[in-house]
Design a protein around this ligand. Structure first.
Ligand code: HEC
Length: 162
């Protein structure tokens, strides 16, 4: 009897912790600071994969950095490798933008949030200084206007999603 109780307690607490982790991940709001804190905590530059087909410090176009390293989280990676055509809710792309001198200049983020901005692909946009200061965040016109040229590719440029 005692063993069974112990087992049940363990089972339930694992369940709680596990669902807590999933819940926490699904709950990152469309908020510049919350997103920054999350990607920092995640250690994206060490733990996430680079966008398939790209390597560190590839040459980038204006207005992005002269050199770029682009990271994707798990859901985003799956959508790219699975040729899904678009990203699921929770997908996150974090791009380190370097100057010609190869110094980190700013970090650009796209984060897919359910119902956030249906007419423009439900992307939350943000740009940060390397110290986390927010340059811009939200439904940023400037980002959307240019990325909208890729509307049929879920607003991304780096590779075809289909
Ligand atoms: C004038 C056009 C233009 C503007 C403005 C622009 N981007 Fe981009 N962006 C691009 C291009 C082109 C790429 C592809 C670079 C690459 O990875 O080769 C890109 C790539 C990205 C990526 C990697 C995913 C992808 O689309 O391939 C992110 C993330 C991103 N931009 C975020 C932003 C954010 C955030 C803003 C606004 C603060 C912004 N961009 C403004 C043109 C633009």
């Amino acid at each position: 009897m005692k063993k069974i109780t112990l087992f049940l307690v363990l089972f339930l607490s694992f369940g709680l912790v596990f669902s807590g982790v999933i819940f926490a991940q699904a709950k990152i709001p469309a908020d510049g600071k919350a997103v920054w804190d999350y990607v920092k905590k995640e250690g994206y530059a060490k733990k996430w994969k680079m966008w398939p087909g790209t390597t560190a410090m590839y040459a980038g176009p204006e207005p992005h950095g002269a050199f770029l390293t682009t990271y994707v989280n798990g859901p985003a990676l799956k959508a790219i490798t699975g040729k899904k055509g678009k990203f699921p809710v929770g997908a996150m792309i974090v791009q380190d933008n370097y100057g010609k001198d190869k110094k980190l200049k700013f970090i650009a983020v796209m984060y897919k949030v359910k119902g956030y901005n249906p007419q423009d692909g439900d992307w939350f946009w943000a740009q940060y200084k390397p110290n986390g200061r927010i340059d811009s965040e939200g439904k940023v016109d400037e980002c959307i206007k240019c990325h909208a040229a890729q509307k049929s590719n879920d607003y991304v440029y780096t590779s075809k999603l289909k």
